[in-house]
Design a protein around this ligand. Structure first.
Ligand code: DAH
Length: 369
């Protein structure tokens, strides 16, 4: 057998092994047996070193052509096998797309009960035609006290446990508003009567125990028109509280009281009864205080630039945190502001459940509760 014949045979043999290799390991074995250190093709190339220059000139290119052909054939077969293996995996492996997603971010977040209750309050009053007004947390003594008929040296100023800022060069000092009532004057002086608005927001007093936190929330309400009277006040509050607590009937008791910014002034008590630990509102023969109210003192209307000989109205203020505690059964007010994620998960609300009167105020069905 001539050397060329040997070479042709080797080529034929290797090409056949390559084309019939069933999988990647078999192909790799062919590669090692031919192109590997001790492989047949490598052995041929090694013989070049012992050849005469003439012989090498003839054999060298032939051996190199063989090596290149085998290398290319192995690469082509390899990609063919890879594609086949991928296709086989695609046929075999299945993803079950019906499995539920784990932590969907939209379902993870919670709305704080105070935010939820503020939205519920706004939804109810919006339905009764009230606007929502706002004022600053850092307030002047004028709006927080003077404009509300609480002059300097009035005992009510001391009763408010106010947080004051350092006075400026004119001796005027800002404070953290002690109630939402300053929004009454701010809103009225920027508009024209009639007025009908609520003002929910943060309020501050230097006080802390199980039912008081230095920061808390109130909602102020105000109606001013030419003939607004106490009957409107009582009905408005009854309608609000019945809607808020989702009961059919709500009786209120208006107890005489004193606020400098209203005359007459009343404390609002709502009808309730206790069943063990549970509080049931709108029935029974017990009463629970829920806020203050009254007919707006003409002095306040004058401070707001409203003609007190033509206009009159009522105002009220309620604690939002207390409403939230009563409705959703959270016993300790301080927990509201501790930012404990476990507490929020328990008492919080799904952010996509927007409260509305038609769809249900506190519909928690999506939250899985
Ligand atoms: N501002 C009062 C407080 O913080 C609550 C209040 C009472 C508001 C009577 C009113 C009102 O508008 O008419 O204790």
């Amino acid at each position: 057998m001539s050397a060329e014949q040997n070479l042709d045979e080797l080529e034929t043999q290797l090409m056949q092994q390559i084309s019939t290799a069933p999988d990647a390991p078999a192909l790799e074995a062919v590669r090692v047996a031919s192109l590997g250190k001790k492989g047949s093709v490598s052995a041929l190339l090694k013989t070049l070193g012992g050849m005469s220059a003439e012989e090498r000139q003839v054999k060298g290119p032939a051996f190199n052509v063989l090596r290149d052909q085998i290398t290319k054939a192995i690469a082509a077969k390899k990609s063919e096998l890879d594609i086949a293996a991928l296709n086989a995996r695609l046929v075999d492996e299945k993803q079950d797309m019906t499995l539920p997603l784990l932590d969907d971010p939209l379902l993870e977040g919670r709305l704080h009960p105070v935010s939820q209750v503020m939205e519920e309050i706004s939804a109810i009053f919006a339905d009764m035609g009230f606007d929502v007004a706002e004022g600053p947390d850092m307030e002047s003594e004028f709006y927080n006290f003077t404009a509300l008929n609480i002059p300097e040296a009035h005992p009510a100023r001391q009763m408010h446990d106010t947080f004051y800022f350092e006075p400026d060069e004119n001796g005027e000092r800002l404070l953290l508003r002690t109630h939402t009532s300053p929004v009454q004057v701010r809103t009225m002086e920027n508009g024209e009567p009639p007025f009908r608005f609520i003002a929910p927001g943060r309020t501050y007093r230097c006080d802390s125990d199980q039912t008081h936190t230095p920061m808390f929330h109130q909602v102020e309400g105000l109606v001013v028109d030419e003939t607004t009277h106490m009957g409107h006040l009582k009905h408005t509050l009854e309608a609000f509280l019945a809607a808020f607590f989702e009961v059919d009937d709500m009786s209120l008791r208006l107890r005489p009281s004193y606020f400098p910014f209203t005359e007459p002034s009343m404390e609002i008590d709502m009808q309730c009864r206790r069943d063990g630990n549970q509080l049931i509102v709108g029935e029974g023969d017990d009463w629970m205080e829920i806020g203050g109210s009254g007919m707006i003192n003409p002095e306040v209307l004058r401070h707001a630039g409203v003609d007190a000989t033509k206009y009159q109205g009522f105002a009220f203020g309620m604690g939002i945190d207390r409403l939230a505690m009563l409705k959703y059964g959270a016993p300790d007010l301080r927990a509201f502001f501790e930012s404990d994620v476990r507490w929020l998960k328990h008492y919080g609300f799904m952010p996509i459940d927007v409260p509305g009167l038609a769809a249900g105020l506190s519909n928690k069905s999506l939250s899985g509760k």
